[in-house]
Write a protein of this length. Structure first.
Length: 448
């Protein structure tokens, strides 16, 4: 078995791994490269393999940085099959169609003609070649066995074990943190090799247990000081998680009712997919989704169009606005931020990862003057963070997950992280678990 690390190497995003065995070549994930922008120019560069030779693609989960280059793969001649869990397939459809709009916008900024690559027709072609499978339903191809396990990261997310006669390897995808909606990440099974995500390889989520209390304090302050609380959230997962906790606080009468605007049509469509797959949720969330119809909560307003969007701006404080994208790379959130960032009675609460160089990272680092769509803004808003809502395991969580298999694993390959988190996690894995850890370079090929 041979692996080539084609993406997810120099950034957290763009996950793309080529596996070659005697009879076939296949991929694990085919993600979009994202940094400051929702889509970087590298997404138009040729793949470092021939898409026509790829027989299968196994998808860990539906985040854009794991699926976003599939339209390009099919455009360049891929005619194989894609496998993932069923909710991943359904979520992927929504995410890819939405991405096409944002990519088109970005490309017109660059005067770049995206031609026939990232378009709805290619998304349709991909879906026609995409099969849904269950966790632990074993696939057998070309002397290989493939098994999906629950990663607890987003609805339908998986880590994938691939075994041939000699070796086995696990691709972690993204591994979940404590999530109010999902089951915990399943235990790591026996494996010879592990490709491990390192997004938070250098961080500890100190406030996981307290995050709901902190959220309660922030909402109480919003009410008392008549503020607007803006929560930029990924359409997929973070919006649903944060909303779930806020609604829970209101229903438990821990905070008074407050007007909440969910300003992301994509989040609503995704919420409906959650309701469709209760067997993929944990018990508490299952009850909640079965019992409660979000559309009947009088204090929750779902925003479908721009007309409604104007109303959120006019609605007096206090109010809460949850809008996407979570990384402030486009979408409706930018309009909202521009409108409120120079006002003192604004709180912006970050609940997810902000990439290096991004507007979100600049705000978190306390910059007082930022540029949004080529215009300068003075930051008067109060910036708060609750990054433990992040859907990723922190350093401790990653080490604990690997620990039970420490005697069996021959080597861990660290991917999907910035340089520093990977270096720190490498030394922790070597010192605490006694396993060799390696940071692959882009397009490096390794024979197992
Ligand atoms: Zn993810």
């Amino acid at each position: 078995m041979q692996i080539k690390f084609c993406g997810g190497i120099n950034t957290v995003t763009g996950a793309n791994y080529l596996v070659e065995v005697e009879k076939s070549k296949f991929l694990v994930d085919c993600g979009l490269i994202q940094r400051e922008n929702v889509c970087e120019l590298e997404n138009f560069e040729p793949f470092s393999y021939n898409p026509k030779e790829i027989k299968f693609v196994f998808i860990t989960h539906a985040h854009l940085d794991h699926i976003g280059r599939l339209p390009k793969l099919i455009y360049e001649g891929f005619r194989g099959y894609i496998y993932s869990t069923l909710p991943t397939k359904e979520l992927a459809k929504e995410i890819l169609l939405d991405a096409n709009k944002v990519i088109k916008e970005k490309c017109s900024d660059w005067d770049l003609d995206i031609g026939n690559i990232y378009n709805d027709e290619n998304v349709e072609k991909i879906l026609n070649r995409w099969e849904g499978i269950n966790y632990h339903e074993k696939l057998n191809f070309d002397d290989l066995e493939i098994e999906f396990f629950d990663a607890g990261h987003i609805l339908g997310s998986a880590f994938i074990k691939i075994s041939d006669r000699n070796n086995s390897i696990v691709f972690s995808g993204d591994l979940g943190n404590i999530d109010p909606l999902l089951n915990k990440t399943e235990d790591l099974p026996f494996t010879d090799y592990l490709v491990l995500e390192a997004t938070y390889g250098d961080k500890l989520h100190i406030d996981v247990e307290k995050r709901k209390d902190i959220l309660e304090d922030i909402i109480e302050e919003t009410l008392k000081e008549e503020r607007v609380l803006i929560i930029p959230a990924f359409s997929l997962e973070r919006s649903q998680e944060v909303l779930f906790d806020i609604v829970d606080l209101i229903e438990d009468r821990k905070v008074p009712e407050v007007r909440i605007f969910l300003d992301s049509p994509l989040s609503i469509r995704i919420l409906n997919i959650y309701s469709k797959y209760p067997e993929f949720l944990n018990e508490e969330a299952r009850n909640f989704f079965v019992k409660k119809d979000y559309s009947r909560l009088s204090y929750l307003k779902i925003i479908y169009d721009e007309e409604d969007e104007r109303k959120i701006i006019e609605e007096p404080n206090p109010k809460i606005i949850i809008s996407s994208s979570g990384m402030l790379q486009g979408g409706r959130i930018l309009g909202i931020i521009k409108r409120f960032i120079e006002k003192e009675n604004t709180t912006i609460l970050f609940v997810g990862y902000q990439p290096e160089g991004s507007l979100g990272r600049k705000l978190l680092e306390g910059e007082k003057e930022v540029e949004i769509e080529r215009k300068k803004y003075y930051v008067k808003a109060k910036i708060e963070k609750l990054l433990s809502y992040s859907g990723h395991k922190d350093q401790k969580g990653l080490l604990e997950w690997v620990y039970p298999q420490r005697k069996n694993i021959k080597k861990v390959f660290l991917v999907q992280g910035e340089e520093n988190p990977k270096i720190i996690l490498k030394s922790k894995i070597e010192d605490y678990l006694g396993i060799k850890a390696y940071i692959p370079k882009e397009n490096e090929e390794i024979v197992l």
